[in-house]
Every structure is written in C-alpha cells, then in structure tokens.
Design a protein around this ligand. Structure first.
Ligand SMILES: [Zn+2]
Length: 413
C-alpha cells in the first residue's frame, strides 16, 4: 500500500533505525533526543527519567484523568552481528520495495514510529475533548530485561494506567495476550574424588549429574501431563505454533505444528551450561548444570522448582538462578476486544498468540494493567540478519492502534 501515511511511517522508522542504540551497551540517548525533538516540533512536551546513565526513558502525556491508556515501545536493539551478512547495512534504514531494512526495523523501531504517529495525531483531539489520557512511552533496556526501563518506571508509579499496548512485533493480524514465565536453576551434584584408574573408590559427580538430568526431565514431563490451559490460551498456543513453524521451515528444520504446540503450551526443558571435573584421570567430586525452563500461564515457576527439588533430593542440590511469573490478559478485556475490532475492520481475521520469551509487557501485567502486545513486523525476523518491516504492516498496525485509542477514550471520529 503506497500512501502518504505509509511514506511518513517508513521515513520515521528509517530515521530511528539509523540512530544506533545497540544493547549492550544500550545507550539510547540519541534515539530519545530525536523523539523528544520530533514531539516538541508538534507541540508536545515530554519528561525524561534516567535510572542508568545513557539509558533515558521518555514519557509524554495528553489529556486529563481516567481512563488512561499507555502506548509503549523500547528504543534499544540487539547487536547486528557480522555486518557482511547484511544485504543492506544494518543501520542504513534502507527503504526499498515496500520494506524498511535494518537492525531494529521489526524489533521495534517500526513499532515506536507507529505509536509516535498515533500519539501525535490524536493528541490535540484528546486535549480538546478531555475524556481521559493517552501516555506515550519510549523506554530503555528491554533487550537486557527492562530493569532500567519499564520495570523501574512501573515501580515508581510513573508508568501506570488502565490499559496498555506494547508495540512489539506481532504482525498486523496477530496480537499477543500472554507470555511464558521463567524458571532457571542450577543442579549441583557432589561426589568423592579418587584416582581415575580405580573409579570404584570414588563417587563420580558427573555420572550423578547425568542421572539427575534424566530424572529432572522425567519430573518436568510429569508436570506437563497435568497442565490445563484456559480456552483462549489454547487458541493462542495453536496460532503461535503456526508462526514459529513457518520460521522453522524457512530454516530447513523438519518439525510439525504439534511439536511446537507441545513445547509452547508446556514447561520447556533446556540444559544450557554444564561444568564439572578437573582432570581426566580423576573421579570428579563436583558437577553442575544450568537449566532453563519456560513456564506457561497457570503454572507457578516456584512450584516447578519445588517439584524438582523434592524429586532430586537424593541426587542433586537445586539452586534458583532466576524466575519470572508467566502472565496473561484474558480475551474479554476491553483493550483486547478493541484491538480485535481494529484488525477485523481492515478485513483480516484477528488471531491471539502467546510469546515464549518475555517482553516489558510482563511488568505492566504484573501490576494489574490489562496489556496487549501488538505492533508491526514479524516475530521470526527479530534479531536476524536482513531484518525488515513492511510499510503495509506499519500502516495497518497504525490504523488498528489508532482505532483502539479512539474507542477506548470515546473520541468522536
Ligand atoms: Zn522487542
């Protein structure tokens, strides 16, 4: 779709992509300065909150009182990797054949451009009608956990509202209602050292660790047999399975939709790091494994860890590395309904999805704010070479979000 709006969104996305904000180190000063000036040229003031030097967060508000709807996007991007693997240089923001290319085009400078545009367009009307508030927030640090960004802002009551849209890439016809949580643990086994030529005199910690891993997987399989997801999450799991499968098929993996449904809708199991032993001719007395498990809504990350601890008590110690709660916004929330309507009235079937990783949306949800993840781009293009966003997606998601805000704040259209 070639349109004036399309050109504006492509141009804005391209300019944001050209400002390097790779995380680490996560310095987003340049992007925030650009956004601040852009808003100011259109008559909007904004506030800056900088918890960590070089990682400023920007918040702009229009309107008065409740209801408050938040638009959010992060300004940092992941590193580009090997620049030679890009067809167009990663920070070129090259606009060609209906696409904007570059690091962050999909994740998520395209999304930031879209919500900037919606804010600038509706701002004057919201100021005039005074039927609630719209908050625009461009936040730092998402790619390394959002601690100096949304997490801190929510904790300090600087970013709170009645509903939120986080414009991470879902693509125009999909919207994300849920994210899996996290249980990361270390399994530690201990033994008795001995000379490697007489292993029977020792107690081998590595062999114990193998048994513990095997047993841990059995315990997680048991946990997974008992999981019952609510109906709207089952639909989301099925849709996400299709999305992830497409990406997998493109990379030549022979997997099925059922494979993905199984892993998305249950606790995943990934031994990520293993260490142990000190010398080939010694019986090792110590070994450890770092294990990453992603937990669907309805399952408690700490309950999963307790099950492991009880089941492995004879073999291994279980140490917690990190946990975060899974989270989800039910389909009957108004913000979800409006996003669905916004998609449908542009002629597409609106599909809920669930993400296997975490976004800043979790901080808003855990604060009790109904939150939908919805924005331009393709989930499977995030963090890849030749990342791009289509202008059509920029325009269509812009229209959906604009419609949602207009309805949510009962603006005359
Ligand atoms: Zn992102």
């Amino acid at each position: 779709m070639v349109s004036e709006l399309g050109d504006q969104l492509a141009e804005l996305t391209s300019r944001l992509v050209q400002i390097n904000s790779v995380n680490p180190p996560g310095d987003v000063t340049g992007v925030v300065e650009f956004i601040r000036n852009w808003l100011s040229e259109r008559g909007f003031s904004s506030s800056i909150y900088e918890y960590v030097k070089g990682k400023p967060n920007l918040i702009a508000r229009v309107g008065k009182g409740k209801p408050i709807i938040i638009l959010n996007g992060h300004t940092d991007v992941v590193p580009p990797g090997d620049p030679d693997k890009w067809t167009h240089p990663p920070f070129s923001g090259r606009v060609i054949e209906g696409r904007v290319y570059g690091r962050g085009s999909t994740d998520m400078k395209g999304g930031v451009a879209v919500i900037m545009m919606v804010f600038a367009k509706l701002g004057p009307l919201i100021e005039k009608e005074g039927a609630g508030s719209l908050v625009f927030s461009a936040t730092a640090d998402e790619e390394v956990g959002g601690h100096a960004g949304v997490e801190a802002l929510v904790k300090d009551n600087l970013l709170v509202g009645d509903a939120a849209i986080v414009a991470e890439p879902t693509g125009f016809d999909k919207y994300c209602i849920a994210e899996k949580g996290l249980s990361q643990v270390k399994l530690i086994t201990r033994g008795r050292p001995a000379h490697g030529s007489l292993p029977l005199l020792g107690d081998n910690a590595i062999m114990k660790l193998f048994k513990a891993i095997d047993k841990a997987q059995g315990i997680i399989n048991e946990v997974n047999r008992d999981i019952k997801l609510p109906q709207d999450l089952i639909e989301a799991v099925n849709n996400s399975a299709k999305v992830y499968l497409e990406g997998a098929l493109r990379s030549g993996l022979r997997l099925s939709e059922d494979d993905f449904k199984r892993v998305i809708g249950s606790v995943s199991f990934n031994p990520g790091v293993i260490k142990g032993g000190s010398k080939v001719n010694m019986v090792p007395d110590y070994a450890e494994l770092e294990l990453d498990m992603r937990v669907p809504p309805g399952v408690s990350p700490s309950a999963v860890i307790d099950r492991l601890r009880n089941g492995l008590s004879e073999l291994a110690e279980v140490e917690v590395l990190d946990t975060s709660e899974p989270n989800y916004t039910p389909s009957n929330e108004r913000i979800i309904q409006l996003i669905r309507e916004g998609i449908s009235r542009q002629g597409a079937e609106a599909k809920p999805i669930i993400m296997t990783g975490a976004t800043d949306g979790r901080y808003l949800r855990l604060r009790g704010i109904p939150t939908v993840i919805y924005g331009p781009g393709e989930l499977t293009l995030a963090h890849t070479y030749d990342e791009y966003v289509t202008i059509k997606d920029l325009v269509n998601t812009h229209n959906t979000i604009k419609y949602t805000v207009e309805k949510y704040l009962s603006l005359k259209q």
